[in-house]
Design a protein around this ligand. Structure first.
Ligand SMILES: *Cc1c(COP(=O)(O)O)cnc(C)c1O
Length: 404
């Protein structure tokens, strides 16, 4: 993704042509970036030979899941819908883990029937439900238990999941009780201890703290876990000033605990696999003068990309067509939706824009399309995958008939 003589390109394709042919707003993904991310992730943790389960909630596009599957990744799913999609993408059930605090009986039955690798349980009630279903089917079911390590992930509070006030996992004390209970169960096999402390974590220290807690709990439980599932959460850079997570330091901390407890490591990365693979292309509908800034009213809105409205996330905005100009403006980029939170970003010193110009919203591959909605009865955008010069529509734009 770069400018070639002032025009923005995604691999070998000019974004302006995509906008012309497929209209806006539109999500455009780069296959090359996806491949790079997966290969980098694998390379960073090669010495562990981990099972890498892509967190489907970051991006549930079926065609993308099929591409991700081709690199040998499994899936981390959190609903019947995601599990069905992962299976439809051809992902081996033996590479699928099921997370979430509120799996229904129907979801558990389906997962058990499909013989997935692990159900990561998050409460005693859920374990009892799994046991009941397993007994009924006369089957033995493999589970993990999610520990809440009471570790501050030092990320946005809205995407923090590992502190004791968060709904996820069970406390250390409760974890140890559950291990004792499951040990005596005829129908449940405890295979895994799992943790996931949050998302967009840029500093390795929270991971180190989390691992210390895991280490202590394994020791106290005196139980041999076949898997240690460390979840996802690896942060990415959304701005030039911010560095990615230091994988070497994270890896070193993992190796330290594996010296004491040999187990197969599972990772559940979402954002780090797809976050920087996509842009959202949008057109300027109107420019409106405000009292101290101009509003750039786009044809994309919070229903297309929810992260800024939902947790104040900042996605860089770039002009599609770079011009040399000394005329710089302060702009607030907003959508047409009737909510004041329908605002993407305020930028100082942006090149002067005109109505009908195109702009690029960066790094929207994770929690972009997957969080989109039909709010204001707006149609969900199309998604396009670019591979070199090849253009593949991986999701058609919704039609009004789909909604009415
Ligand atoms: C959301 C989630 C992930 C993925 O998190 P990323 O920050 O996208 O890597 C992994 N595991 C669980 C249990 C999750 O809830």
């Amino acid at each position: 993704m770069k400018y070639i003589s002032k025009s923005f390109f995604i691999e070998g394709v000019k974004v302006r042509n995509l906008a012309k042919n497929f209209k806006t707003p539109i999500y455009c993904y780069s296959y090359k970036k996806l491949k790079e991310n997966i290969n980098n992730f694998k390379k960073n943790f090669k010495s562990l030979n981990p099972l890498v389960c892509f967190a489907v909630k970051a991006n549930a596009n079926l065609k993308l899941l099929k591409e991700i599957k081709k690199f040998g990744l499994g899936a981390d799913v959190v609903s019947l819908g995601e599990l069905t999609k992962a299976l439809k993408a051809g992902i081996n059930p033996k590479k699928i883990v099921f997370s979430g605090v509120g799996k229904t009986s129907e979801e558990l039955r389906f997962a058990i029937d499909k013989k997935i690798l692990l159900i990561n349980a998050e409460s005693k009630s859920e374990i009892l439900e799994i046991e009941k279903i397993a007994r009924g089917k006369r089957r033995s079911v493999n589970i993990g238990i999610r520990l809440n390590p009471n570790t501050d992930a030092k990320t946005l509070s809205q995407i923090s999941t590992g502190k004791k006030q968060d709904k996820f996992g069970v406390s250390e004390k409760y974890f140890l009780e559950l291990v004792k209970y499951v040990k005596n169960s005829q129908f449940i096999k405890l295979k895994c201890i799992s943790v996931h402390i949050g998302s967009q974590i840029l500093n390795h220290q929270p991971f180190e703290k989390m691992l210390k807690v895991v280490d202590g709990v394994i020791k106290k439980s005196n139980y041999k876990f076949e898997f240690i599932d460390l979840g996802g959460g690896m942060g990415i850079s959304y701005s030039k000033r911010v560095k990615n997570l230091n994988y070497k330091k994270y890896l070193a901390a993992i190796k330290k605990i594996l010296k004491k407890h040999t187990a197969k490591i599972i990772f559940e990365p979402g954002r780090s696999i797809v976050g920087n693979t996509a842009i959202l292309v949008s057109k300027v509908i109107y420019i409106k003068q405000g009292s101290n800034k101009n509003f750039i009213i786009l044809d994309a809105a919070m229903n297309d990309l929810m992260r800024p409205a939902l947790y104040g996330a900042k996605h860089q905005i770039l002009p599609e067509n770079k011009i040399k100009t000394s005329s710089k403006k302060t702009y607030e980029f907003v959508g047409p939706i009737c909510e004041s939170t329908d605002s993407f970003l305020t930028v100082k010193k942006f090149q002067k824009l005109n109505e009908k110009d195109l702009i690029i919203i960066s790094d929207v591959g994770a929690y972009g399309m997957s969080l989109s909605s039909n709010y204001n009865v707006r149609l969900k955008p199309a998604e396009i995958l670019i591979k070199g010069r090849k253009i593949n529509i991986i999701k058609k734009r919704q039609k009004l008939e789909d909604l009415i």
